[in-house]
Write a protein that binds this ligand. Structure first.
Ligand SMILES: Cc1cc2nc3c(=O)[nH]c(=O)nc-3n(C[C@H](O)[C@H](O)[C@H](O)COP(=O)(O)OP(=O)(O)OC[C@H]3O[C@@H](n4cnc5c(N)ncnc54)[C@H](O)[C@@H]3O)c2cc1C
Length: 489
């Protein structure tokens, strides 16, 4: 019962696995290469500005609540989850706006303002996405599955017509909405897992359902508060956490994982090893060389990466909400740039999270903090970000100025740029992909590396690179799923 487990990586997936396994009595050592836990969910606090450098929106908060229950604690005693009434403010170059309110009557008013006939379309869309959720949630999100066999349950096969997997997100969105603006709004949800609405199956319309039905949430104090809270839960359960502890190799003997080597020197033995790093990275850098030859050829398409600007601004822009989207003029072209041409879009959609709107102490008085994110291709040799970053940054700022953020460039008093190359090197995320693999085709869910390594005994994976996918709730569920796999063996 008192088996030892080493977890490689202290991202949200690694922390979730640690909590589940420690609560079940396993002895856990968690090793993180960076100075701070959290992985892509990270923070920068500088010159009076606080920035979450990764996630800014929490969906499916029940997943976090479940983790607390597993640890025998109450979420309410530790975290303040805030449901934002205005989930996101959308804006276009022609100054059209759309406020995605959480309250249904307000939301319907906004839809009616853009296209009265789309009110009925929206209500049908919600009923349709609810059907998808009901068919998919149990086998895909709530059950700890481990690959194709586990997913193709009789219930899912029986309900396969409901999940609308044979047309794209865009095709289905068009069938419900007439307004080009609303089509763009509902297509955008596919980017929550780093994919293209023009290629991802319509099953991913589950994402707007989750946001509209369960809400878009913020964690008071900032999203990094979640990492700190999960760290406390893990420590309460006795997890032994080491930061600045890069694992350089997994010790594999006679086909079994037996422990890890830290910083090329210290060996830590374990009965089981869980890797929170992307499996493709692990097969290339941490596992015995002969394995990577096989695996490297099997790498399916990665999700998009991101070009990030962290801006401290010495004025308040009154029209900026907590979450804002400034849409591109030509959405199909933007996704073709990212996934087909694999170049940064010349006319990008720009997301801004200004958490200082909800948490004023995230910026000095009279100032705002702005996390600016543009979807970008993964690193691929076409773009040398060292040369391109400055010019791309200037284009993004100029564009925001044209869309109503008057004289923005003159008000920036703190600034940091993060490119896809930075995301790649900071977290060992292949290509700087934000969400692991893309979900750009019908089979992508089945192409994700499994939670249990098939070629090495006692070796497991957790996080956005494996099942069920990227994003906070899914990587936390991944921790639950891998723990279930390990405990049932
Ligand atoms: C810019 C950005 C915006 C995002 N926005 C959202 C959002 O709004 N909502 C949402 O739900 N999700 C969002 N995400 C996605 C979300 O952050 C990720 O899906 C999630 O945090 C991934 O967690 P993970 O555990 O799978 O992996 P990671 O966070 O990548 O964790 C892996 C960990 O392993 C460590 N590691 C790597 N190699 C080694 C080694 N050799 N030894 C030891 N440790 C190692 C890394 O340093 C890292 O800490 C965003 C991500 C980014 C980058």
């Amino acid at each position: 019962m008192d088996q030892s487990v080493v977890i490689v990586g202290g991202g949200l997936g690694g922390l979730s696995a640690a909590i589940h396994l420690a609560a079940a009595g396993r002895r856990i050592t968690l090793l993180e290469k960076n100075a701070r836990l959290g992985g892509k969910a990270n923070l920068i606090a500088e010159q009076g500005y606080f920035f979450d450098t990764g996630p800014s929106l929490l969906t499916m908060p029940w997943v976090v609540r479940q983790l607390y229950e597993v640890a025998g604690k109450r979420l309410e005693d530790d975290l303040e989850l805030v449901q934002l009434e205005l989930t996101c403010r959308y804006q276009w170059l022609d100054h059209t706006t759309f406020n995605a309110f959480q309250t249904l009557p307000l939301l319907l008013q906004e839809i009616e303002r853009l296209e009265p006939r789309d009110v009925e379309g929206f209500l049908r869309f919600v009923a349709y996405t609810r059907r998808i959720y009901d068919a998919v949630a149990e086998p895909f999100l709530k059950s700890p599955f481990d690959g194709l066999g586990d997913m193709l349950t009789p219930a899912l096969i029986r309900d396969s017509w409901k999940i609308d997997s044979l047309r794209t997100v865009d095709a289905s969105v068009r069938s419900f909405f007439r307004s080009p603006y609303l089509r763009q709004v509902f297509n955008r949800y596919t980017t929550y897992n780093g994919s293209s609405p023009y290629r991802a199956p319509a099953t991913f319309n589950i994402i707007p359902y989750v946001e509209f039905a369960e809400g878009g949430w913020y964690i008071k104090g900032g999203m990094y508060v979640l990492v700190e809270a999960l760290t406390r839960l893990a420590q309460h359960l006795g997890v032994d956490i080491h930061t600045e502890a890069p694992v350089t190799r997994v010790a594999v003997e006679h086909g079994s994982a037996r422990g890890v080597i830290v910083a090329g020197e210290e060996r830590i033995d374990a009965d089981q090893v869980v890797i929170n790093v992307d499996p493709h990275y692990a097969y290339q850098h941490l596992l015995p060389p002969k394995k990577c030859v096989v695996q490297a050829t099997q790498q399916p398409e990665l999700s998009c990466s991101g070009f990030v600007l962290l801006l401290g601004v010495n004025r308040i822009y009154e029209h900026i909400a907590h979450h804002n989207i400034f849409f591109s003029h030509d959405y199909p072209r933007e996704f073709a740039a990212i996934f087909d041409k694999r170049i940064p879009p010349a006319d990008p959609t720009i997301y801004i999270c200004a958490s200082s709107v909800s948490d004023p102490d995230h910026a000095p008085p009279g100032h705002m903090n702005m996390f600016v994110l543009v979807n970008a291709p993964t690193t691929n040799g076409h773009v040398n970000w060292q040369h391109e970053a400055e010019g791309y940054r200037n284009m993004v700022i100029a564009r925001l100025e044209r869309m109503g953020m008057t004289n923005l460039s003159q008000h920036i008093v703190y600034e940091q740029i993060m490119t896809p190359a930075d995301i790649e090197s900071l977290y060992n995320a292949p290509g700087g992909a934000i969400y692991g693999l893309a979900s750009n085709n019908l089979w992508s869910a089945f192409l994700r590396p499994p939670l249990r390594a098939r070629d090495i005994a006692r070796l497991y994976f957790v996080g956005g690179g494996t099942h069920p996918g990227g994003g906070i709730p899914l990587v936390l569920l991944s921790g639950r799923a891998v723990a279930h796999q390990m405990l049932s063996r």
